[in-house]
Design a protein around this ligand. Structure first.
Ligand code: NAD
Length: 509
């Protein structure tokens, strides 16, 4: 059933105009760049436009953030947490509209659009908690009547570069924790999802403004070659947290390292599920379907490779192919839809190229493989039987393509799973405790996320999220990820009347 969504109402309740500024502090800044439309990928029709910002506006956003940081960093962290609590409430208040906008702008089904905003709300709650738990350790000094401890201070300005596919939550993973840590945040979202960024910024900046902290959040939307490059080269921004493709992250990481800045990289994945012959196959089927088809294969944690034990491979593949044929593809706002469109025509072409390459390299198309002949950017969810070492299986194609291989020994399946450049998410379905131990042990999965009897996607915010190898090594959200947004200071205090040196060094006149 199509949800009765009043698109104009959603846009206007979220403060979006026909043409919106690409530079924001407390409110919009005047801009003079080209006007770019943001299109609904489900129809191809424009939703609204953004006038791009340039270097002059970038300077204004940075100046405002620098000034605001000086006041924000001295506000006690629990008091910052109180303001973040209100920010979470503001997101709650706008959840329905913001979730609908995520669906309209990037084509996720509505329940995922709403789920994404819920993730941001959850991040606000987590950040409120962090604001009272920015703990440092204390150590025993080797010198008598000396005391040692470490403390964590706000870092400064944090540049947050976000991918199109989580246009709201990726910002929240970073910004809400950075705010709790006492930092100011400059957000450079994807040009493919600027409206969600503007709406989110307005909701959250209004809360900070109300408390006299306008400028702590800034937003800049412009060309990568101009404002993107300015941000990553900017020595006034000690941390760049960048989420997106490995190609982008390799460049950003090198530029930031070149100025000895800090980068937190959340890049591409190439995630696999192993289905053992002891697995609950009904569970595995559902986990794989959501992992491989959900979000039209446009999650960093999407299941892209499947390793089936030879005992169950044939029957299970048939069940999977049958299920794929029944995936309802269409308008993401229709509550019966399971798979919406890809983000744009370029993504459809990437999908088509990957399917052709897989077949040319020796894969066998089992289901799907074609674009749909209708308005918008729709494709069929696709399964390709492929030897594990097909060259195409080394790459992340941001589309619903699943490569399936058969194995006989778990050791072999784990080796295949790890034999790709990326290292984000991984899963095993098995009822064997011993196999779980092997998968989770030091010889097991080499990914940042390793799951048992759930799929590769849909992480909870309480854990540290991120991956190894070409996924970039960054960790965001829960656990102790907050440490990336602060600077650590080790303090040694001498309460004695002597001045002993460490390691017994003597230096007496
Ligand atoms: P992308 O790399 O094309 O763009 C990501 C962001 O980088 C955009 O905001 C873009 O404008 C910016 N960017 C590009 N060049 C830049 C430059 N020179 N300077 C500054 N900024 C620059 O990625 P995308 O297509 O938006 O997103 C899909 C990719 O993101 C996939 O590879 C996916 O796996 C990855 N992703 C990873 C995670 C994670 O947490 N690991 C989460 C979401 C998405």
């Amino acid at each position: 059933m199509i949800q009765p969504i009043d698109v104009a109402g959603v846009l206007s309740r979220l403060g979006l105009a026909e043409v919106n500024s690409g530079a924001w502090v407390s409110g919009p800044l005047p801009v003079s760049g080209p006007v770019v439309a943001s299109n609904n990928p489900g129809t191809g029709a424009p939703l609204a436009s953004v006038q791009l910002a340039g270097l002059a506006e970038y300077e204004q956003v940075v100046a405002a953030a620098q000034a605001a940081f000086l006041r924000w960093r001295v506000l006690p962290a629990p008091k910052r947490g109180e303001i973040i609590r209100e920010l979470g409430d503001a997101l709650r208040e706008h959840k329905a509209d913001l979730g609908a906008l995520v669906s309209l702008e990037v084509g996720k089904i509505l329940s995922e659009g709403l789920g994404e905003v819920q993730e941001s709300i959850d991040m606000a709650d987590l950040a409120v908690g962090f604001s009272r738990q920015l703990y440092g350790l204390s150590m025993h000094s080797e010198r008598a009547q000396h005391r040692m401890f470490e403390q964590w201070h706000p870092l400064g300005l944090v540049g947050v570069i976000t991918a199109f596919n989580f246009p709201n939550a990726v910002w929240a993973w970073n910004a809400l924790v950075a705010l709790a840590c006492g930092d100011a945040v400059i957000w450079k979202p994807s040009i493919k999802a600027p409206l969600t960024a503007i709406a989110t910024h307005q909701i959250c900046a209004a809360v900070l403004d109300r408390h006299g902290f306008g400028g702590v959040l800034g937003l800049i939307i412009g060309a990568d070659a101009e404002v993107g490059e300015a941000l990553i080269h900017d020595k006034r921004v000690p941390l760049i947290s960048a989420t997106g493709s490995t190609r982008m992250g390799r460049h950003v990481g090198q530029v930031v390292a070149g100025r000895l800045g800090r980068s937190l990289l959340e890049l591409g994945g190439n995630n696999a599920i192993i289905v053992d012959n002891t697995a609950d196959l009904d569970l595995a089927l559902r986990g794989i379907l959501f992992g491989a088809v959900g979000t039209a294969g446009q999650r960093c944690t999407t299941t892209r490779r499947l390793f089936l034990h030879a005992d169950i491979a044939d029957g299970f593949t048939q069940r999977l192919v049958h299920a794929y044929r029944h995936v309802r593809i269409g308008d993401p706002l229709d509550s019966s839809t399971l798979m919406g469109p890809l983000i744009d025509e370029g993504a459809v072409q990437d999908y088509e190229r990957a399917v052709s390459a897989a077949v040319a390299q020796g894969g066998t198309l089992l289901v799907g493989g074609k674009r749909l002949d209708r308005a918008g950017h729709y494709v069929e969810p696709t399964i390709i039987a492929a030897p594990h070492d097909l060259p195409i299986c080394q790459h992340e194609t941001f589309a619903p393509i699943l490569y399936v291989s058969t194995y006989t020994e778990l050791t072999e399946a784990i080796a295949w799973q790890n034999d790709v450049p990326q290292g984000l998410s991984s899963s095993i379905f098995t009822d064997s405790f011993r196999k779980v131990e092997r998968f989770l042990g030091p010889e097991g999965s080499d990914c940042g996320i390793a799951n048992v009897n759930i799929g590769t996607s849909g992480a909870e915010i309480g854990g540290a999220f991120g991956g190894e190898k070409e996924t970039g090594g960054g960790r965001e959200a829960g656990s102790d990820s907050w440490k990336a947004y602060m600077r650590r200071q080790t303090c040694t205090l001498n309460g004695s009347s002597a001045l002993p040196l460490a390691q017994g060094v003597r230096f007496d006149l």
